[in-house]
Design a protein around this ligand. Sequence first.
Ligand SMILES: *Cc1c(COP(=O)(O)O)cnc(C)c1O
Length: 428
Amino acid sequence: MSLKTLVQNSLKSLSVTSNGSVAFSPTQFDADVMTTYGRFPIALTKGRGCFVWDNEGRRYLDFVAGIATCTLGHAHPAMVEAVTRQIQTLHHVSNLYYVPEQGALAHWLVEHSCADKVFFCNSGAEANEGAIKLARKYAHTQRGIANPLIITAQASFHGRTLATVTATGQPKYQKNFDPLMPGFAYVPYNDIAALEALVDELDAETPQVAAIMLEALQGEGGVCPGDVAYFQRLRQLCDQKGILLILDEVQVGMGRTGTLWGFENLGIEPDIFTSAKGLGGGIPIGALLCKAACAVFEPGDHASTFGGNPFACRVGLTVCETLEAENLLSNVKQRGEQLRVGLQRLVQQYPTLLAQVRGWGLINGLVLQPETAIKSVDIVKAAMGEGLLLVPAGPQVVRFVPPLNVSADEVQQALNGVEKALAVVSQA
Ligand SMILES: *Cc1c(COP(=O)(O)O)cnc(C)c1O
C-alpha cells in the first residue's frame, strides 16, 4: 500500500471526506456532544470575510462573528498568513521560557491602553478569574482586608467558571450550581445611589470592599451602555476608598465600540481590565491587564499552561496590527452609525414590535417592546431564513456584532435582511 493510500484510509476512518471537510450527522452530533447549547439547526463549514456557508451550500451574512469574536471576519489574509507561518515555526513551549511573541503582544497592549502589565490566558472567564484573584491578593496584602468582597452588577455577564458565574449577576446562570463562591455582592447597573449605599453598608465597620467589577456596556445582559456620569462618579468613589475598579472588556474591547477599549466611551480608566473575544480574532486567547500599582502577582501565584503561547500571541498581534493598518476604528464608527440609523427607521416602521436601538460602534441591540409576544429568538430565526445571522442578548434584544471590517454594502444587506425578517414575524 502506498503512503498516499495509507494516509487516505486513515483520514477516512476519522470521518474526513475527500474534500477535507468532516462528515456530519446532526443525530450523531447530539448523541455524542453534551447538550449545553440550544443550537440553531444549521452546520457552518466555510467562511470568507463577512460571509459563512452551511454544509448545504447556503450563504449567510455573518452579523454574529462567533459572538463578537471574529474581529477581521473569516479567512482574512493576514490571519491566514500569521496562523500558517507560526504553526510552521513554533506553536507552544509553555511559560517555563521566554516567549518573544507574548512579549510583543503585551507591549502592543501596554502601548495602546492605560495598563502597565499583562497576563495571558485562554478565555474571557479565565481572564476574569485572574482579575478576581489579583483583586483579592491586593486587598489582603496592600489593604489588610481579611475577607475581601467584590461588587458586581445585576444583569452582568462575566463567564461560566464557579467564580465568574458567581460574579455574573443573573440567577439563571447560577441555578443548581450552588454553593456559589463567597465574596460577591450585587447592585443594579448605572445606579450610583444604590452603589454608594451598598459600599457604605459593607464598609460600615471595617473596609471590606476590594473591587467593583463591571462592563463598560453590558453585552449579554441586553446591550446596555454604561452611563458616563455614573462611571465618572464610580471612579471617584473607588479613588477615595482605595477600591479597585475592574472592567470586563471581554466583549466590548479590541475596537468593538469604535474606540480600542469600551471604557474610553466613559472617559475613565480602570485599575484592572480583561480582554478575550475579539483579541484573537477567533483564535482562543484571554488577557488580564492592570496598572503597575496593582500588579501584585509573584512567581507561583497564577499560571496557565497554554496562556501566551507563540501561536495565540502571534495571531493576537496580527489582529492588533491589522486594526491599525486597516484603520478599522473609523470603519467601526461609520458602519455602526449607518446600522443604527437604518435600524432606527425600522423601529419607526414597527412601533408596536420594536422599542429602540442602543449600542456603541459595532455592538448594537434592537430592543423589542416589552408587551409584544415576539421574542428576540423569533427574529433571529426569521433572519436566518433570509440569509442573515444574528444573536439574541436575552429574550428582548437582538444583537448585531459583525466583523469590524464589515462594508457599507454589507450593512445595507443586513438591514434588508432584518426588514424581511420583521415582515415575516409580524405576519406570523
Ligand atoms: C463572553 C464573555 C465572557 C466569557 O468569555 P468566555 O471566553 O466565554 O469565557 C466574560 N465576560 C463578558 C463580558 C463576555 O461577553
